[in-house]
Write a protein that binds this ligand. Structure first.
Ligand code: ATP
Length: 267
């Protein structure tokens, strides 16, 4: 968030998401009112708020699915209306947004994350298939690759959507209650994995979760920013004077949902 920017880190803590005085109304009813905040590179922003507070609405605006009633959103410094680099962003919507009758296999769903908005009809090449395999490996769903997504359990489906969001190696991951419907053991290894991704893979996160214990454990007890019923908790990966760290270039191949060894330094 903007508060964490400082002269020492200014060169590597550029805004990834800038929300500037944004309001949103459904049928003349205010859902968000003059909201302003920045998410900087390497921030992990956890968004907490009661049911109906506008969390999903905010995420949907940030990924361009709905337009603010007023105000401006910029992604990587570009106004949303002109932003085209959607492969830099992975988005996992709320689970119930998915139609269970969708007749696609797991592999097809993960691969569809590569199409982006600008290359819808591009042919898949070997590199694409390798990226897909890596993402399925990371989420431990390679055995499900040829199964119909509609026939999987809720938790398995959620892993598929995470793999789909990861397949482009995004710089920003936006997750809307990603662990709903996942058993507690998988939840734990999932959080373990995203912490690792935050600390070692240079990924910026914006995550909505009702798992307050997990949010507090990683992001602390004091929100960095509050607006209406929304509370933003923030953790930055490293100290501002330590921007030169280079040990971030793992490939997706190195990730694996459960049982991978996390370096002691980032525990
Ligand atoms: N398509 C819609 N038309 C009209 N009102 C809507 C629509 N979608 C959401 N709302 C309303 O906007 C408000 C914010 O909804 P939103 O889904 O953003 O909340 P949320 O904070 O994500 O809630 P939850 O924690 O329950 O997921 C709610 O009062 C909701 O009823």
């Amino acid at each position: 968030m903007q508060q964490s920017i400082g002269p020492a880190g200014a060169h590597c803590h550029l805004p990834v998401v800038s929300v500037d005085n944004v309001s949103f109304q459904y049928e003349q009813r205010n859902v968000l009112d003059r909201l302003s905040f920045d998410i900087l590179q390497r921030d992990f922003v956890g968004l907490i708020g009661s049911n109906g507070a506008g969390k999903t609405t905010l995420l949907r605006m940030i990924v361009g699915l709905i337009k603010p009633t007023s105000g401006e959103i910029r992604l990587f410094g570009t106004p949303l209306g002109q932003f085209r680099d959607w492969e830099r962003i992975g988005y996992v919507p709320q689970k119930n947004a998915f139609n269970p009758l969708f007749p696609a296999t797991v592999r097809e769903v993960v691969l569809s994350g590569l199409y982006g908005r600008k290359k819808l009809f591009r042919r898949m090449n070997k590199d694409d298939l390798r990226k897909c395999d890596d993402a399925m490996h990371a989420l431990r769903i390679e055995e499900l690759a040829d199964r119909r997504i509609g026939r999987l359990s809720g938790g398995q489906q959620q892993r598929v959507f995470l793999a789909r969001a990861l397949v482009n190696n995004p710089e920003l991951l936006i997750l809307d209650e990603p662990t709903v419907g996942i058993d507690s053991e998988t939840q734990e290894s999932f959080f373990h994995m995203i912490r690792h991704m935050h600390q070692r893979h240079n990924i910026t996160f914006l995550m909505v979760s009702h798992d307050i214990d997990m949010m507090h454990a990683y992001l602390g007890y004091e929100p960095a920013h509050t607006s209406g019923k929304l509370k933003f908790y923030v953790k930055h990966t490293h100290e501002l004077d330590n921007c030169a760290e280079t040990n971030l270039a793992h490939s997706l191949r190195d990730l694996r949902l459960a049982g991978f060894e996390e370096p002691a330094a980032v525990r």
